[in-house]
Ligand binder design. Structure first.
Ligand code: SAM
Ligand code: ZN
Length: 447
């Protein structure tokens, strides 16, 4: 990032953070290492990441939706019943407020994403934009010695790698880990897809890596001849090398076939959350790339596997999920796993950065910025208005836990605002659609 871009980024950021100051909910002051408490945020991770200090966390593991055009729902009766998440992408998922910034700071990525819309689809480029907005923030909050592991699959891994190369720098690419598993498959004319891809990047050259904590046993074949094994057992020199240190095993290669997935996760560990990842997978990642007491962040934490693994390994953690159910599942899991229920805080309001100077904007400035962003249009009916005829509304109503911070504000015309009242946007949309179809019926009958 150029200095000019960096400067404008900080300026932009201060402005943004300042909107949080308008909040009545002063619960969540800036996070720093001395007042740190494990946190589970229930909100869009983009807003939470925006409010976190730079150079703050030691490890980020993310297992985002894969753009696989499926909506996952947990089985009825399972611990995760009622949860589901959208895995289909449209431009509605992209937060327009940050697009200009993205294009300014990462022009090559903008070109790349445009190309993807031609080569692949508009849905894929929307997904990549959505991911890019978040990965930029993840890179910022990661410490210089930190690492990021992005868990994905063949659907988008090749595109995501280009995004990561651009944001982290191609020299900070460390591994493409292939996680293999078995299980039934419906494939008839293809080789069944039985692996995920985990892209590993460090922020700089000087990153934490603890090989001795993740060693796996040598295969019998490697141990080979008995006397070779015996020589190692005794810790004596073999072909001039001292082998005692290596007795414990070897560093796993970049393909992991020793960690069962999905249905093979133990009954006790299983929550029913469709995309739950095994603790063993997270244990390896956390042990390899952090030390005790370090902070682990999972911005798409689902049923909070990363948080549980971090807790068990004596690391601090921050989990973020847009779905409320994550909190309940974490409570249950932490209870089962370690009997600890009360060592974390659940928040919905984004934190406020304490590492930048905050310039407080007025409510007028908030409205003006929204007006520009919404291009003079009411977010409900889509009609154009003068600013004076638009009212400020909480997207997620305050009674449903929505906070008074910039990202939760929108402008609605008076009519839409009175229909929406204290309900979420889905309610307003339903009402508007019902009205439209009624009008259509009238028009058809009127003919
Ligand atoms: C593939 S799952 C993660 C599963 C997780 N690794 C586990 O072991 O349970 C992806 C998760 O991302 C969450 N999610 C999707 N978009 C999000 C967003 N913008 N902010 C926060 N969480 C989001 C979904 O609710 C879902 O729980
Ligand atoms: Zn309206």
């Amino acid at each position: 990032m150029s200095l000019r871009a960096l400067a404008s980024w900080e300026k932009y950021f201060c402005f943004d953070t300042a909107y949080n100051l308008l909040s009545n909910n002063f619960v969540n002051c800036g996070m720093n290492e001395t007042n740190f408490k494990n946190k589970l945020y229930t909100n869009d991770n983009l807003f939470i990441l925006n409010g976190m200090n730079s150079n703050f966390v030691d490890l980020i593991y993310l297992d985002p939706p894969f753009n696989s055009k499926r909506t996952y729902s947990a089985p009825v009766g399972s611990k995760a019943a009622g949860t589901s998440f959208k895995d289909m992408w449209t431009w509605d998922d992209v937060n327009e407020a940050y697009l200009e910034k993205l294009a300014e700071d990462y022009p090559a990525l903008e070109d790349f994403i445009n190309t993807v819309s031609i080569v692949h689809s508009s849905a894929m480029s929307a997904y990549l934009t959505y991911m890019t907005q978040r990965i930029i923030q993840m890179h910022r909050v990661l410490k210089d010695t930190g690492s990021l592991y992005l868990h994905c699959d063949q659907t988008a891994s090749h595109y995501l790698k280009i995004v990561l190369d651009n944001i982290f720098g191609k020299n900070n690419f460390r591994n493409e880990i292939v996680w293999c598993y078995t299980g039934p498959s419906g494939a008839k004319k293809n080789f069944p897809a039985k692996h995920d891809v985990i892209l590993r990047y460090s922020k700089t050259e000087d990153y934490v890596f603890n090989p001795s904590d993740i060693l796996i046993p040598y295969s019998d074949a490697t141990l080979g001849r008995r006397e070779y094994a015996e020589t190692k057992q005794k810790g004596i020199k073999f072909k001039g090398k001292e082998y005692t240190e290596y007795l414990k095993g070897k560093i796993p290669p970049d393909w992991w076939c020793d960690i069962p997935s999905g249905g093979q996760i133990s009954r006790k560990e299983r929550t029913g959350y469709r995309t739950q990842k095994p603790l063993k997978l997270l244990n390896r990642i956390i042990e390899a790339s952090t030390n005790e007491g370090d902070i682990v962040l999972d911005p798409f934490c689902g049923c909070a596997t990363t948080c549980v693994a971090a807790e068990q390994l004596g690391r601090k953690w921050i989990g973020i999920d847009i779905e409320k159910q994550a909190v309940g599942l974490l409570m249950e899991r932490l209870g089962d796993a370690s009997g600890v229920f009360d060592n974390f805080i659940n928040e919905t309001i984004p934190p406020k950065r304490s590492d930048v100077t905050i310039v407080e904007p007025t409510k007028k400035e908030v409205r003006e910025r929204l007006y520009k962003e919404q291009e003079r249009i009411c977010n409900g009916c889509g009609n154009e208005y003068l600013l004076k005829d638009l009212t400020t509304d909480h997207i997620v109503p305050v009674v449903m836990g929505g906070g008074s911070y910039y990202e939760n504000y929108q402008l609605l015309c008076a009519n839409c605002n009175s229909i929406k009242s204290k309900y979420p946007m889905e309610y307003l949309r339903m009402k508007i659609n019902a009205r439209k179809s009624k009008m259509l019926t009238k028009i058809v009958f009127g003919r």
